[in-house]
Design a protein around this ligand. Structure first.
Ligand SMILES: *Cc1c(COP(=O)(O)O)cnc(C)c1O
Length: 445
């Protein structure tokens, strides 16, 4: 691990101390901290293409991509030009604007949704979709899966229980029991648990929400037909099926995870949430779905939902430009680069004798430091986190910035060219050796 006074990151460390004096933990979102891997986060001062530049002048291959949004790479010239032109026209009016309509049309054309409402974060999207589902059905219970993250919505911050069907207890102080008392938490990929939950509570369940392909416990693909089974189970019980595509949308494929299952198998979710890529690096997110359900939203219907900056013209311009440039070639490139990187990681970890599983959902993937297949959150928890931490720091020292957690997807962009990919491949061998030493240390400790 990097020593606390490492010269390569002296400026980042000084900035982190300054930040920590005015911001809790020195970060504005917990996953940016290095709590899971040790050390202090790098302060990034600029980014271009696949590369980040930190405060000490180090150039790092970016495998975070802002946790998904930067599908085209950083500072894409056409996105910058569109954003600059939009900024020159003023930054927010509080009235309807043209780019909102154009972005909504683009989303409707690529996904199963018929109507879209814009918000400013994925959290707002899932929160609003659940309110709409409750308002539409007149029911109060919701179902989610352990290990699926849907933003920091009170009712969705529920710890995983170990039982087959667990009534939710809050996963954080500050959320009262009453906020999660109506949330059922089930193990992912477990049809029997879903069937049992609906058998016991079917007439009270407003909706089931799931990540379309979980990426927030590492990438855990839905087993074949699982999303269709969820959609059909909801329909049979008068509940709505909410597919959270905040991470997978316009990333797992051109049509998100739905392009890999729903569009193929012939089913549609009732509601879908989007964020990340569709904001093009700005705070924009959305929820959408069936026209008859969305018609219940104010001002058309009675379910209240609003936002001062919702559909902001700069954010929607960035998102629209990004989606228009997100062609089949972009997804093919990201997919091909991902295959090379997955193979390289697996080969290096195998050679070093480090247990691992590489799992994918479309172009999304992650590397788990466990010998087990990961089907759900309990499986993800069998990881050797010390091995991951050693691997992470060795990669960082070699100029590759992975997500600082073993429970995250690795993100690529259209700008990850041969040079960036080769930099990653070259770093894998020593990182795998470091992970192996950490495992030995843990075994003999
Ligand atoms: C990131 C994410 C969210 C939350 O989005 P924010 O913009 O961070 O609020 C919700 N759901 C999923 C699946 C996500 O990956």
């Amino acid at each position: 691990m990097s020593s606390p006074t490492s010269a390569v990151s002296a400026r980042s460390q000084a900035l982190f101390e300054r930040g920590s004096a005015v911001t809790p933990g020195g970060v504005n979102s917990p996953v940016r901290a290095f709590n899971a891997v040790g050390g202090t986060p790098r302060f990034i001062t600029s980014a271009r293409g696949a590369w980040l530049t930190d405060a000490d002048g180090n150039e790092l291959v970016d495998m975070i991509c802002s946790w998904g949004p930067m599908l085209l790479g950083h500072a894409h010239p056409e996105v910058l030009a569109a954003v600059n032109a939009a900024v020159a026209r003023g930054t927010s009016y509080g009235t309807p604007t043209v780019p909102e309509v154009e972005l909504a049309e683009e989303i409707v054309s690529r996904t199963p949704v018929e109507r879209v409402r814009f918000v400013s974060s994925g959290t707002e999207a899932t929160m609003s979709a659940i309110r709409l589902a409750r308002g539409f059905t007149g029911r109060d219970m919701i179902v989610k899966f352990a290990g699926c993250y849907h933003g920091h919505v009170d009712s969705l911050l529920v710890a995983a229980g170990s039982g087959l069907v667990t009534l939710g207890v809050p996963g954080t102080p500050g959320v009262p029991d009453s906020a999660t008392a109506l949330t059922l938490v089930l193990p992912y990929n477990d049809r029997a648990a879903v069937t049992q939950a609906f058998a016991e509570h079917g007439d009270r369940i407003a909706c089931l929400i799931t990540e379309a392909a979980p990426g927030n416990m590492g990438v855990v693909p839905p087993e074949p037909g699982f999303n269709q089974f969820l959609a059909e189970t909801c329909a049979a019980n008068g509940a709505l099926f909410i597919s959270d595509e905040v991470m997978t949308g316009f990333r797992a494929s051109r049509q998100g995870q739905w392009g890999l299952d729903g569009a193929v198998e012939g089913w549609r979710p009732d509601l879908v949430t989007f964020g990340k890529v569709m904001g093009g690096g700005f705070p924009a997110a959305a929820f959408g779905g069936r026209a008859d359900v969305m018609a219940h939203l104010a001002p058309q219907g009675g379910v209240y939902q609003a936002g001062t900056l919702s559909g902001n013209p700069i954010a929607t311009t960035a998102g629209l430009t990004t989606l228009r440039l997100a062609t089949d070639e972009v997804y093919a490139h990201i997919s091909a680069a991902g295959e090379v990187i997955k193979a390289g990681a697996a080969a290096a970890l195998t050679a070093a004798g480090v247990p691992h599983r590489v799992q994918s959902a479309g172009t999304m993937f992650s590397v788990f430091f466990t010998e087990n297949e990961v089907r759900d959150f309990d499986d993800a928890g069998t990881q050797h986190v010390a091995a991951h931490a050693a691997f992470f720091h060795s990669m960082l020292d070699a100029g590759v910035h992975l997500p600082p957690s073993a429970y995250e997807a690795w993100f690529l962009s259209a700008a990850h060219d041969d040079h960036a990919v080769q930099t990653v491949l070259d770093a894998f061998g020593p990182a795998a050796e470091a992970a192996a030493r950490a495992l030995d240390g843990a075994a003999t400790a």
